[in-house]
Design a protein around this ligand. Sequence first.
Ligand SMILES: [Ca+2]
Ligand SMILES: [Ca+2]
Length: 346
Amino acid sequence: MRIVYTSLFVSLLLLMPTASAGKPIPIIFDTDIGNDVDDALALGMIHSLQTRGECELLAVTITKDHDQCAAFVDAVNTFYGRGDVAIGVCHSGVTTQQSKFTVLAAEKSGGADRYPHDLRSGKQAADAASVLRQALASQDDGSVVIAQVGFSTNLADLLKSSGDNFSPLSGVELVRKKVRLLSVMAGAFAPIKGKDHYEYNVVKDIPAAQSLANNWPGPIVYSGFEIGLAAAYPAASIDRDYEYVTHHPLKEAYYLYSPPPHNRPTWDLTSVLYGIYPEAGYFDVSPAGTVTVKAKGLTVFTADENGRHRYLIMSDQQRARAVEALVQLSSQPPETLRQLQADQPR
Ligand SMILES: [Ca+2]
Ligand SMILES: [Ca+2]
């Protein structure tokens, strides 16, 4: 019996690598949540990773300029038992249209919120740059990972910021001091169907993407469009793996955005996976270099041993392993499962 237990334990250890020895990685999630559903799955992954002791979600900052996004994020965080995570918003005018799925924040079941939350609107949330500064200032030097999976608007604003109540440091100095790694979903580093690809997260705010590439003082690893495209989320999982509650915000968001049998690319999920497990071999990285964001939003990589940028590379073998990890992490039940099952109106 002991042998069986031990081998099970060992295979569980092999299944998911551990991050750093001991301390959970402090992570900030910067997202255009609402524009596509991969942001929602990526947020679910972060909660599962926190449940596993691998990370601690410090804040979620939003680059889609619509008031319902913050309410939706608070609803998802509350679903996972972490409704007090700081949420910051932008006033950028970038992608102001109604999302297909953040409407879930306003959905009722049995006369109450289907997904309880107390942040009712982005109007009640703080400015993202301020939330970022507070989160960074609170952490140990060289410790924080940021996953940026939308536009670079908020991080460009952070770089422009000056000293405040949270820290006397400028934005650039605060980043230099506190951030370990910036894991970004943006750009494209391989042709798509034989052509240059002008990637959405860059194109929607080109000046911010340029500012990030030019002025971010630390390492950036880009997950290009081609990575998430090649590692689609198996839609069968949406119908199979989220049935532990009557209403699941990730499953319902997926259905509202583009329902099964559509296998949605895992763009944003790949940046979270790399951000927490950079050494685990889910991906390879390019040699060091510099990403230049051209006037129309094309991303061009130039190798340079002193460069601060790299981009992800994925083999077929790595893809199978990455997709398995992304499915396991996105669909893992929350710690609050029993309470959710008791609370949800049938
Ligand atoms: Ca809340
Ligand atoms: Ca996104």
